[in-house]
Write a protein of this length. Sequence first.
Length: 249
Amino acid sequence: MKFKLIIIFYLFAINGFSQFLEPGISIGVNSYSGDLKRGYSLSDGSMGLEIFNRFNISSHQTFKFSYKKGNLKGSERINDNLSSNRNMWFQAKFSEVSLKFEYNFLDYFDEINRENFTPYLFMGLGSTLLKNTFERNNSLGKNKKLLINIPFGIGFKYLINKQFSVAFEFEIKKTFNDDFDLTNGANTRDIDNITGLTLPNSNIQNFNKNYQYGSGNDKDFYYFTGISISYIFYRIPCPKDSAPINSIY
């Protein structure tokens, strides 16, 4: 079903727009940070694939609709006693759709100055369908979760022959979920109102710590670091020799 939606999207885009279209494909590395690993790192990275279409509404402003699919995995990377006792690792699969706004700092469509590159920033809104597949050596059953994410990041585009665009991109996805890595814990930001902490109802002296918990004070992130190639559909409305009147918009 999702592949049919992608095909319908591209057919609609091609018929409904002309010079604004920029379909493409991207490959790269997905990585994660959370209770098992702090901060950005390509360690434990997994390959990811993205199909997208840009709508270039002006020389500087672009909307990008994309579908991304890939894997995520993580293992203990924090050197402390809790991590050593927990010894946790996980694997997951995900599918994601997102709509992002990009701002190009340079006019690399310009027919006169002929800038063929530009750095850019982007931000948007996305939805992730996450399926955890392994917790340590245990294969997991049906456990799909639909999550909201906020993607943002930076990139660099290079234009080839005025119609092919190659881009390098670093994307951060902020989630509102603390269970990507199947590890969460108590939220202790407000010491007078601790949430997410479960204690046994029986005698506390009989409670054995299992160390299988994390921090509930923050949420998980995941990242995409990749390279893309896209093709820009546009028609030059005037003869090329008519510059500076000539414009692709």
